[in-house]
Each structure stands twice: as structure tokens, then as C-alpha cells.
Design a protein around this ligand. Sequence first.
Ligand code: S3P
Length: 165
Amino acid sequence: MKTIYLIGFMGSGKTSVAKYVAEKLNCITVDTDQLIEENYQTTIPEIFSNYGEATFRNYEKHILQTLRTENLVVATGGGIVETEENSDWMKNHGVVIYLETSWEQIVERLQEDQSRPIWNNRQIDKQLLLQKRNEKYQKAATHQVITDGKMPDELAEEILELIKQ
Ligand code: S3P
């Protein structure tokens, strides 16, 4: 099986869905944000505040390219598609699933969140960012699922059906 990359905006459920997909396929799952923190021995908010977004994007690109391209389910960071090379990489090496989520649902899920630098940056219009990224996610994806009102387990089933075809 080719590696499955889950992409989508912050709060679209990539990490939870990835766990279910991996469980059903009996393979392992990794999360690029978690790997960045482990590899660089720091936290994502620290990377953003100490070195800025560009450095984070370099780390993210590096980690993505170190992952194996078979028998793996990858939960990516919401901004992975900001680097075009990442979108090309994922498409060339595996199956890319876009977890499409409405703005309303994202707001509901991330209301209390304090851990995401982009989400917590008041100078960024997140709704506009979602609109802009939506195009990039669609372009990068081989398949797409709508997550609104669905449980991670249900979404994992939907994804398995999609990739079987
Ligand atoms: C980001 C999303 C985060 C994380 C970082 C930047 C973004 O991942 O990679 O804070 O630019 O949307 P999640 O999508 O897992 O929150």
C-alpha cells in the first residue's frame, strides 16, 4: 500500500482520522507536527516565535521527505500545502486525502485552542486563509471527503471505500 497523506485545515480532524485509518489498515500512523517537535526538540509555538513561519515550513518539508512512502498514514499540518513542493511530493509518492471542513465547524472545534500559532494570530484572517487554502488542498488531493458532522471512525471507513475504487 502506498502512503496515505491526510491534508486539510487546522481542526479538520487529520490526526484522529489518521489513527482510525491506520488501525483499519493495520499499519502505523505519524503526525508531521509531532515529528517536527521530536526531531527539533522544541514545540511548534516556540519555532514560530523564535524563528518564524519560514523556518517551520523548512522543517516541515524536510520531515515530509524523510517519511517512508509505503504502509504509512500521515497526518500533515494544515499549512503543508503552502509549500508547493510538498503537494507535488505527496501526490507523486502516495494517496492524498483532503478532509474538507466548513468554517463553522472549524470555529466550533478550535474555540478553546491555544496551541496553534496561526490560529491564535489576531493579525491573520483565518476565514480568508481557509478560502485560499481550499484551492491548494483541492489541487493537491487525489480524493476528498467532507468531515462536517461526521465521526473520525466514519470518515476512516469513507476513506477506505474511496481508495479501494
Ligand atoms: C498550521 C497548522 C498546524 C501546525 C502549525 C501550522 C497551519 O497543524 O502545522 O501550527 O499553518 O495551518 P494542524 O493542522 O494539525 O493544526
